[in-house]
Design a binder for this molecule. Structure first.
Ligand SMILES: NC(=O)c1ccc[n+]([C@@H]2O[C@H](COP(=O)([O-])OP(=O)(O)OC[C@H]3O[C@@H](n4cnc5c(N)ncnc54)[C@H](OP(=O)(O)O)[C@@H]3O)[C@@H](O)[C@H]2O)c1
Length: 398
């Protein structure tokens, strides 16, 4: 704990019953007391629970260390939506969840045209009415979505004219005049990245997009895009269960001053303590995406429980929830990493936000990193056709 992280009133200045309640709240949330203290002060000063003490940089953008992923599709009944793991809620609940996140200080809100398609952007747009100024809003283009009907076709489409029409649609659904951080969702093997970056640069000149990012790109494509239009962030899968970015993408981000947004930071729920060796996800990836994920197939799941055991042990040691331990581990790896966990549950949202206040000593981190590195994960992170869209290099420009 450093002094600068505390506000003017330290926990020890608070009178006894209040201090007891304060410490109990901190423990219940699994959050360091200084963070709760600073959140409380920010509430008093600004009416929001946003901590001015904790910020992470994604290029020139500054955000709260934990963001929120908003990836919804139509649910089983009218008026409902569901995530990609078969959990459904009323649409109003999804809207309220986003508003709750912003109210608690979350600033990075992630979504994409293809989530739904369209419906996630519509929900985010509805939720951010009156809150737009308080968030860094990110969306993505690049899948082959029919921009009229919202029907998802085969393959990808990052042709410049498609990108520009796609962004017009996103702006309308998001009910805003600008997207703070716009990503190419996957590299299009048919379109030179210079043309993609050029189209986004035009949108920046028009004020419709403020910053540019890439999701799951090849390394050379990152360098080439960054030359045309500086990248604010790379958005890749990264968590205790998938550490691929450590060998190449993270060092490149560090070299070029690009932020890193980590998707599936909880390994699709694997790292939260709610999944056991006996968990099954059905046989329809359309219903539950995990049904098609090799590392979550029955045999792999059994083998991979070693990591869950490790997370549980460390969570107990740190007196936090497993999901919080997994998010805190990510935040401790590099100061420019921002996880965007997804959830349908307000209590989980609160836990995830509170993970921003969990810290490790150098010795703890060394020991935890070594233990994580010693666990061998069985099974690929994505179904083969989806995996084939990662790490792709864009074709050379003409
Ligand atoms: N760029 C890309 O290609 C890409 C790909 C996939 C996703 N994304 C983005 O990344 C975001 C997050 O990824 P994700 O949703 O796939 O995976 P995730 O965040 O790793 O996992 C979400 C799962 O974890 C559970 N969970 C969340 N917090 C929890 C907690 N505190 N305790 C227990 N369970 C908890 C959720 O269940 P509950 O609902 O019960 O909380 C849900 O089943 C997405 O929303 C999307 O915005 C981007």
């Amino acid at each position: 704990m450093t002094k600068s992280r505390r506000g003017n009133q330290s926990p020890s200045d608070i009178e006894s019953p209040q201090r007891r309640r304060f410490l109990a709240s901190a423990a219940a949330l699994g959050v360091a007391p200084w963070l709760l203290s600073s959140l409380g002060e920010a509430t008093a000063q600004t009416g929001s629970r946003q901590s001015g003490h904790q910020r992470r940089k994604l290029g020139a953008l500054e955000v709260f260390p934990v963001g929120l992923g908003c990836q919804w599709k139509p649910g089983p009944a009218d008026g409902t939506v569901q995530d990609y793991f078969a959990s459904s809620v009323d649409r109003a609940t999804a809207v309220a969840l986003i508003r709750r996140a912003v109210d608690q200080g979350v600033t990075l809100i992630d979504t994409a045209e293809v989530y739904g398609p369209f419906i996630s952007e519509e929900i985010v747009g509805e939720a951010l009415q009156g809150l737009r100024q308080r968030v860094v809003l990110e969306s993505k283009f690049g899948f082959n979505v029919d921009l009229g009907t919202g029907k998802l076709g085969e393959g990808l489409n990052s042709r410049p004219e498609h990108i520009k029409r796609s962004v017009e649609g996103s702006l309308g659904r998001l009910r805003t005049d600008r997207i703070d951080l716009l990503y190419q969702h996957r590299v299009d093997p048919q379109v030179p990245i210079e043309e993609v970056a050029g189209a986004v640069k035009d949108l920046v000149a028009e004020g419709k997009v403020l910053h540019f990012g890439l999701s799951e790109p090849g390394l050379e494509t990152i360098r080439r895009a960054h030359t045309v239009l500086p990248l604010a962030a790379i958005q890749n899968e990264y968590s205790m269960v998938w550490r691929g970015p450590e060998s190449d993408v993270l060092p490149l981000c560090e070299e070029l001053g690009i932020g890193f947004v980590s998707w599936a930071p909880l390994g699709y729920g694997f790292l939260t303590g709610t999944i056991t060796a006996e968990s099954r996800f059905g046989d329809n990836p359309e219903q539950d995406f995990r049904a098609g994920v090799p590392r979550m197939a029955p045999d792999a799941l059994t083998a991979n429980m070693a990591l869950v055991d490790l997370v549980r042990t460390w969570a107990q040691r740190k007196q936090v929830k497993p999901a919080q331990l997994a998010l805190a581990w990510l935040l401790a790896q590099k100061p420019f990493i921002v996880p965007i966990p997804g959830t349908t549950n307000p209590a989980h949202l609160d836990e995830n936000i509170a993970a921003a206040g969990i810290t490790f000593t150098e010795e703890e981190l060394r020991s935890l990193n070594a233990a994580v590195a010693a666990v061998k994960i069985e099974g690929a992170r994505l179904p083969p056709p989806v995996l084939a869209m990662s790490g792709v290099e864009a074709p050379p420009g003409t």
